[in-house]
Design a protein around this ligand. Structure first.
Ligand code: NAP
Length: 244
């Protein structure tokens, strides 16, 4: 476990799933955490209460990463209530899975507004507002490396976030800020829309022999935002039990 005492973290999409595990892990390591949500106010509040019950500090903040004003307000409120931000983990993601020939303009707007435009806003705000020596983590997917039928639009939109992150790593390195990408493999959350048979098949192909859990991914994020990861930037970590 690393020591994040005195650090302030914003974790987007942390009312549920992997984001929730990341928020809880960073709080366990000592960071004060802004738990971000869009619709799940009750779930975000429950995450805050779990963190506080364990002796940590957290607040819940509503904002969609897809709106520039919301992202600015997210940083304003986190700064006002917790202090200057040291760690930004942009977990938020939207997905559409369907064959390419069936894709609509609405599908495009749904995934690109969160995965591409949202990543642009979050990484811009992070670069402008984070303390020198800070840590930025952008979430992507193993799907940008391993094409799957029906996964084209999701992978394309996530690839935009990766590319923003890699360029930003070169732009803020002189401030000793690291920017890395975490790409989960199939992970057991509400966002997992595969049937049991497909999941069983994937588990069979996974060298480590099981389905990923949110905490498996949170452990890697905890390392990336720690002091020990100071010499790693512009990397894409595949966190997937070895399937890729
Ligand atoms: N699970 C997987 O197998 C898997 C695999 C590869 C990559 N990923 C990526 O890992 C990340 C987390 O996935 P997950 O499965 O944990 O998600 P999830 O369980 O489906 O949870 C979705 C979360 O995203 C939040 N959210 C949705 N739209 C948002 C927006 N516009 N702004 C801010 N927050 C928003 C939701 O908040 P509300 O509930 O408040 O709306 C919720 O907290 C995503 O980027 C996803 O693409 C997941």
């Amino acid at each position: 476990m690393s020591d994040l005492t005195g650090k302030v973290a914003i974790v987007t999409a942390s009312s549920r799933g992997i984001g929730r595990a990341v928020a809880k892990r960073l709080a366990q390591d000592g960071a004060a955490v802004a738990v971000n949500y869009v619709h799940s106010a009750d779930k975000a509040e429950a995450v805050v209460q779990e963190i506080e019950a364990a002796g940590g500090k957290a607040i819940a903040l509503k904002a969609t990463v897809a709106q520039r004003d919301d992202v600015q307000r997210l940083f304003d409120e986190a700064e006002q209530q917790l202090g200057k931000v040291d760690i930004v983990v942009n977990v938020a993601g939207a997905s559409v899975f369907k064959p390419h020939v069936q894709l609509t303009d609405e599908d495009f707007d749904k995934v690109f507004s969160v995965n591409a435009r949202g990543a642009m806003y979050m990484l811009q705000a992070a670069a402008n507002r984070i303390a020198d020596g800070g840590r930025i983590v952008q979430f992507s997917t193993g799907g940008t490396m391993m094409p799957i039928p029906g996964g084209g639009i999701y992978a394309a939109s996530k690839a935009a976030g990766e590319r923003f992150a890699f360029a930003l790593a070169k732009e803020v390195g002189d401030r000793q800020i690291t920017v890395n990408v975490v790409s989960p493999g199939v992970t057991d959350t509400d966002g997992l829309i595969m049937g049991e048979e497909d999941v069983a098949q994937l588990v069979q192909q996974t060298p480590l022999g099981r389905l990923g859990q949110p905490a498996d991914v949170a452990d890697v994020v905890a390392f990336l935002v720690s002091k020990d990861a100071h010499w790693m930037t512009g990397q894409n970590l595949q966190v997937n039990g070895g399937i890729l």
